[in-house]
Design a protein around this ligand. Structure first.
Ligand SMILES: NC(=O)c1ccc[n+]([C@@H]2O[C@H](COP(=O)([O-])OP(=O)(O)OC[C@H]3O[C@@H](n4cnc5c(N)ncnc54)[C@H](OP(=O)(O)O)[C@@H]3O)[C@@H](O)[C@H]2O)c1
Length: 293
């Protein structure tokens, strides 16, 4: 496939980001479709080039070598079935969705049209296309699908500056759960930390700003030495008295905050022991403090 024609169905954050970057690397974005011509035009505007803003997904997909189904997860299967029913998927085409929660089975209707299918999931958060285009380099993509689809997906990932790895179909839910912890729960932990800072007397804005150098510094440590070595603070040092004082201060706050502090503290005890700076005896004392009713 010299210059494959790519149709993008679902011109949201992921569709626009991948479309713009692939076009910059010489892929032809032949057509874009969303739920309305307006959204297709909007997406195409961001992607650039001379593609068509199609009224219907089937009209965008017809004749394409690669169909990127970057709709919301729940629309992937019905839209793929719609394309297959309209005979808009040509034999030998590669049909790809980008959901991390689902495997290539959502695209079975395309297989029946003799296309090859893949679930190609970028391990990155896409808050907006403007931000995401700057953050694609070095991203890991997981692949699951037909062997025949792999060379095309590898070409896409290479063009995006990423790395391609395989995900086991049987462990997909665990894989997606792990990403949920790394991205979504990280936001929740930052939110809890900022709320506690506010409750300690800082203004909300000030708390959010003060938190960022600490969060960035911790991420930089994770990047340079990884976990468990990046762990610092009272648990890593075995300073049980400080944890006792935290617990007393948290007593006055909503129970959910203390509960989460304790759960994360217990997990952190395990990280501290693995780091080698928290002795088993100090670990046991801290566990007693964190589990006291
Ligand atoms: N966002 C992330 O951080 C992220 C990260 C990795 C993977 N993903 C995956 O990437 C895929 C796309 O996510 P996203 O964040 O880009 O979603 P999004 O911003 O909500 O965009 C979804 C797009 O799908 C279109 N769409 C929805 N239903 C459709 C239908 N029936 N027919 C045609 N188009 C339809 C929407 O059209 P309109 O524009 O007309 O509304 C919209 O353009 C999902 O599978 C998601 O799980 C997302």
């Amino acid at each position: 496939m010299a210059k494959p024609k790519v149709a993008i169905i679902g011109p949201g954050c992921v569709g626009q980001t991948m479309g713009k970057l692939l076009r910059a690397k010489g892929f032809t974005i032949s057509a874009v479709a969303g739920r309305s011509r307006k959204s297709a035009k909007h997406g195409l505007n961001f992607i650039g080039g001379n593609g068509k803003a199609a009224l219907k997904p089937a009209s965008a997909a017809r004749g394409a070598d690669i169909i990127l189904l970057t709709t919301s997860d729940k629309a992937i299967k019905p839209v793929c079935e719609e394309l297959a029913a309209a005979k808009a998927i040509k034999g030998g085409a590669v049909v790809i969705h980008c959901s991390g929660a689902h495997g290539p089975e959502l695209l079975d209707a395309a297989r029946e049209r003799k296309a090859f299918v893949a679930a190609l999931h970028p391990i990155q958060s896409f808050p907006s296309p403007d931000q995401a285009v700057k953050r694609m380099k070095g991203v890991y993509f997981t692949f699951d699908g037909d062997a025949e689809a792999r060379p095309v997906t590898a070409k896409i990932v290479k063009a995006l500056g990423g790395h391609l790895v395989k995900v086991s179909p049987t462990n997909r839910a665990l894989y997606h759960g792990a990403l949920c912890v790394l991205s979504n729960y990280l936001v929740s932990i930052a939110d809890l930390g900022q709320q506690l800072l506010s409750l300690s007397g800082m203004g909300e804005d000030e708390a959010a700003k003060a938190a960022m150098p600490l969060v960035e510094g911790t991420i930089a440590n994770l990047k340079s030495v990884g976990s468990p070595q990046a762990l610092t603070g009272p648990i890593a040092r075995g300073d049980g008295l400080t944890i006792e004082n935290h617990m007393k201060a948290l007593d006055a706050l909503p129970g959910a905050m203390k509960k989460l502090y304790c759960e994360l503290g217990l997990y952190t005890v395990d990280v501290g022991v693995r780091k080698g700076t928290l002795s088993p005896a100090d670990a046991r004392k801290i566990v007693r403090t964190l589990t006291r009713p």
